[in-house]
Ligand binder design. Structure first.
Ligand code: DX5
Ligand code: ZN
Length: 219
């Protein structure tokens, strides 16, 4: 059970300090948005390169951008240990996942709430993780979409059938109130922005979320 706090809810004027505050987490989740794939703009490769120099934990890049085929491998080459592209935006998922992996990172694809997983089951051997969005991508602090839990179960079943090791990440509205149902459905990597950085102690929030997830792990 791994926790990946999203720095989207952190203080952007003090990102080094904010990364230090979650040094007990498994990953630092960095949301890259281009104002095309989603209606919001955050940060790009130069900022990720700077974060990589100071982060005490590996960086998990979530690319909410058009043309991930062109950009995703650069994040892996820069040193991000996990790079996720959106299946709705990618042209050649296999080539993009292979380029990420050959640059030394874990590769993942994300599905938006309205996107079915089934057509992409054949991609499982090409990736290390599937991200099931539990909000519409674009902003932190939105309400958790419990109606995505059947999709998490579906991905977990597909991973079992495939037999390889593929992590299942959930992102959006994950908190102490919603993490248990995600774990029960089969998720094992949990992104949380406001539920970590909105708390007095981000590190305590990470530990609490991890304990809740572990207590409700999928059988
Ligand atoms: C939303 C981002 C999320 C976001 C999650 O598009 O992908 O990573 O930061 O924030 P919370 O946990 O507040 O919903
Ligand atoms: Zn994200």
């Amino acid at each position: 059970m791994q926790i990946s706090p999203s720095i989207l809810s952190a203080d952007f004027a003090n990102l080094e300090r904010e990364l230090g505050a979650i040094a007990n987490a498994d990953w630092a989740h960095v949301d890259v948005m281009d104002n095309h794939f989603v209606p919001n703009l955050t940060l790009g490769l130069p900022v990720v390169e700077a974060l990589l120099k100071v982060s005490p934990i590996p960086i998990d890049c979530h690319l909410m951008i058009d043309e991930p085929d062109r950009w995703a491998p650069s994040y892996a080459e820069a040193g991000a240990k996990s790079v996720t592209f959106h299946i709705e935006a990618v042209r050649d998922a296999v080539a993009t996942a292979r380029a990420i992996r050959s640059a030394g990172a874990r590769a993942a694809f994300a599905v938006k709430p309205g996107t079915d997983f089934a057509p992409y089951e054949d991609l499982l051997p090409e990736v290390d993780m599937v991200l099931v969005m539990t909000v519409e991508p674009g902003f932190g602090g939105q309400s958790f979409m419990a109606d995505q839990m059947p999709k998490v179960r579906q991905v977990r079943e597909a991973v079992k059938r495939y037999g390889g090791e593929v992590w299942i990440q959930v992102d959006g509205g994950v908190s102490a109130d919603t993490i248990e149902q995600c774990a029960e459905a089969g998720a094992d990597v949990f992104v949380a922005g406001s539920a970590v950085y909105g708390k007095e102690s981000a590190a305590a929030a990470v530990d609490d979320l991890r304990a809740l997830a572990a207590a409700h792990a999928h059988g």
